[in-house]
Write a protein that binds this ligand. Sequence first.
Ligand SMILES: C=C(O[C@@H]1C=C(C(=O)O)C=C[C@H]1O)C(=O)O
Length: 255
Amino acid sequence: MDCGDDGKLSLDSIRDSLIRQEDTIIFNLIERIKFPINPTLYKQQLPSSSNISGSLFQYLFQETEALQSKVGRYLSPEENPFFPDNLSDSIIPLTKCTPVLHPAAESVNVNEKILDIYINQMLPLFCTEADDDANFATTAACDIQLLQALSRRIHYGKFVAEVKFRDCTDEYKPFILAQDRDALMKLLTFEAVEEMVKKRVAKKAKVFGQEVTLNDSVEEVKGKIDPLLVSRLYDEWLMPLTKLVEVEYLLRRLD
Ligand SMILES: C=C(O[C@@H]1C=C(C(=O)O)C=C[C@H]1O)C(=O)O
């Protein structure tokens, strides 16, 4: 969302952005699954002489975020850090624009959950368990790009919730005042939209993952990514976490 877009804020425009983000997520997934899981990256502690605690992956991710924060990445309300305690001030001045979100948005961050699901459930589902190939830096670079895309998609739930609240304030307000999570979840859920998302991402995975050759024969070759797994990724994690963000934001919307 660009600065000054507040006037154009609509559920349709937000959903268009979510659709475009599907492309980024699927292409990043295709890149990551070129490599095996590479578990050493997430498990190995660095030698104590390095003065760095945590795994090689944590070190690379923290340093990437710290560097990106210096050039203003986390000044954007669309970006949520995974390691918020490790950031530096931006050397780029903040662009003044009218905030779209309620200030409580800053306190909604589910990245710890995303990282846990990513390492313990997603990677084993998508990547082979072959031996480490030692491409740790390249693998981590793919992880970071993909995790940032997943986090952006999921935290976009804040914008979705804001626009739903503005469009139907009278319906949302009593449930927010009652802090009724279940009622809010029911109100913001659109099952028909979710069904379309699952079908569309499976189709995109099939198209983006196909082998392009100069040979015109119609021989079916196995794609680079399983479309059903992509649909499952959205069904089991991305949409539920987006809705969790929506609920968390709405619960604080009248603070
Ligand atoms: C994001 C929205 O809210 C919910 C979450 C969805 C998703 O994560 O894709 C889709 C439909 C809704 O149940 C929306 O209404 O577009």
